[in-house]
Write a protein that binds this ligand. Structure first.
Ligand code: HEM
Length: 542
């Protein structure tokens, strides 16, 4: 390289550095907001937020700074941390796609799940959602209940067999693993009429590929992954980052191999559904409904073949580990609180006895929904252990976020709304919101299902977020969980079968469980590296 080229390159570089510095200097700042001191320049407050027991830092910060604050991410960058109901409603709901998922997250989602519903924004997202939504209605999901029951009864038989063979009438099982296999089987059958055969202990390549998919693909939050995922990737322009997804890295290879396997199975299933529809034999599973809905769309609004394939990966991915994790946290809390477990079991047994006396062989979905304590346990677990602890959005233009509760700035000014610049990252803390005292009661930091029955949940300022009773656990706005009815029907059905048949108790390992973030929250045993797990002691109900 001669001197002229060197000068040209240096000038070019200087121009970009200057342009970056000027835009930073000119842009709206949130540095006047209250917030914690960063731990380091490289990782800011990221380590405390995402590496320690997930949610714990948010609860501490809430006590110190309220519901809206500035935190530092890597390289001294300010991010807005939001737990305020009106602020969350505005960012996730009112403004639709104005606060979009960050481009680096979208690229990672496309890589791992394809260009399906979770990985797209704006008109593309609206079009996909319009086709998928009818398949996820409350009625459609309730129709799936017998399938869920049949599925979980297989797990019950497996556990009973293992208990008969056990020496002392107890077994210790990793309930996270068991729940993940059961929900994978259930989502496969209910959503796609695809039989993984996991509960019959048949080997299945796709089931193996889904095992530890999150941890192997996204990694646990070490300093390195935090820096890459929160600091570096967001700074790489989209086209360059897309190019980087061709690098031969282990995580990327894992995603691609998984994608190819999913696509080959999805292609066969979609063809089979299409043929069945032509013969007037439409199934009731989610994919049949989607393929049918897609046929009735015009060319401009229907899903492409690539999108249909991506929806398979998306629904399988988004649908099984979320529910299995929630189920795992329910079982942990019921083991920590045996009196709650007994109370729930008695309620279920009364419900079953009433159903038998009406001549029913089993409780119907309606019967299960009429069990108040069961509903309270499920909602309290969704509140207390929201599997998505945080959601990330970027302002696509300068904006002003309204707040439920005012904030006092460094200069002592009290403000009711926060101007944010284009490009600002907003971290919505679901963990923090779900523990607001003003909403959930003074004892919001306690796991107490009774709060759903004794009127201790308040209205705050009347702002309504989320799809289920003001809970943020299923998200909010255009990207809110499409499968929340599916999840609730499944959770009711599984819990009725498990709690009426088995007693759950803590093991020494389960007493040391931590909540770890790997895309979403997973249980890990303190002092043990490796895979997430929750070993519980299981025995038969007397
Ligand atoms: C307890 C179980 C579940 C929880 C806690 C949960 C939570 C969530 C949350 C918080 C979001 C929003 C993510 C965001 O805005 O970035 C979401 C989206 C989504 N969920 Fe769920 N989910 C659960 C079960 C399910 C099930 C069973 C399915 C499907 C069978 C499903 C499918 C989806 C899909 C496809 C999206 C993307 C929606 C969109 O972007 O329009 N989820 N879920």
């Amino acid at each position: 390289m001669d001197n002229v080229q060197l000068y040209a390159l240096a000038t070019f570089f200087l121009f970009f550095v200057l342009r970056f510095a000027i835009s930073r200097y000119r842009r709206i700042s949130i540095s006047h907001l209250p917030g914690p001191q960063p731990e380091s320049f490289l990782l800011g407050n990221l380590r405390q937020l995402f590496q320690d027991d997930i949610g714990e830092e948010d609860f501490k910060l809430q006590e110190m700074y309220g519901e809206t604050m500035r935190i530092k991410s890597s390289f001294g960058e300010d991010n807005l941390l939001l737990m305020d109901p009106k602020g969350i409603q505005y960012v996730l709901g009112t403004t639709k796609y104005r606060f979009a998922k960050p481009h680096d997250r979208l690229i990672t989602l496309v890589l791992s799940l394809g260009k399906g519903l979770v990985s797209v924004e704006g008109d593309e997202h609206q079009r996909q959602r319009r086709v998928l939504l009818p398949a996820f209605g409350n009625r459609e999901m309730r129709d799936l209940m017998p399938m869920f029951r049949e599925n979980i009864q297989k797990l019950v038989i497996n556990w009973k067999d293992a208990l008969i063979d056990s020496r002392d009438g107890t077994i210790v099982y990793d309930v996270l693993n068991e729940a993940t296999l059961a929900t994978l089987d259930a989502v496969g059958k209910a959503a796609f009429e695809y039989d993984f055969g996991i509960l019959e202990r048949k080997g299945n390549a796709l089931a193996t590929s889904f095992t530890n998919f999150l941890v192997e693909g996204f990694g646990l939050p070490t300093n390195g992954t935090l820096l890459v995922q929160h600091g570096i990737m967001g700074r790489i322009p989209g086209p360059l980052l897309k190019l980087a997804t061709s690098l031969p890295l282990a995580g990327i290879k894992r995603f691609k191999k998984h994608g190819e396997l999913c696509d080959s199975i999805a292609r066969e299933l979609i063809d089979a559904k299409g043929r069945a529809l032509q013969q007037g034999k439409a199934g009731r599973d989610v994919l049949s409904l989607i393929v049918k809905a897609n046929l009735s769309q015009n060319e401009r609004t229907k899903l492409s073949d690539e999108e249909l394939l991506a929806e398979f990966r998306t629904i399988m991915g988004a649908g099984h580990e979320t529910t299995s994790n929630t189920l795992t946290w329910v079982l942990l809390e019921l083991s920590r609180h045996p009196e709650m477990q007994t109370k729930l079991r008695r309620e279920i047994q009364r419900g079953q006895a009433a159903a038998y006396s009406r001549g029913q062989a089993e409780m119907s979905m309606q019967d299960m929904e009429a069990l108040p304590y069961l509903g309270a346990v499920i909602k309290e677990t969704l509140r207390f252990h929201a599997v998505f602890s945080h959601m990330f959005r970027t302002a696509t233009e300068d904006d002003v976020i309204p707040l439920s509760r005012p904030v006092t700035t460094a200069s002592g000014r009290v403000i009711n709304e926060i101007p944010v610049p284009k490009g600002m990252r907003v971290i919505v803390s679901i963990a923090g919101y779900n523990r607001l005292r003003e909403l959930w009661g003074q004892d919001a930091q306690l796991y107490r299902p009774e709060r759903w029955l004794d009127g201790s949940i308040c209205k705050y300022d009347g702002t309504s977020v989320g799809v289920l009773e003001n809970l943020m656990s299923f998200g909010s706005g255009p990207h809110a969980c499409i499968g929340w009815h599916f999840a609730l029907v499944q959770l009711h059905t599984i819990l009725v079968e498990l709690i009426s048949n088995f007693e759950f108790a803590l093991t020494d390992d389960a007493r040391r469980v931590r909540r770890v973030a790997a895309l979403f929250m997973l249980p890990m045993i303190e002092g043990q590296s490796g895979r997430p797990q929750l070993p519980l002691k299981i025995s038969l109900v007397e």
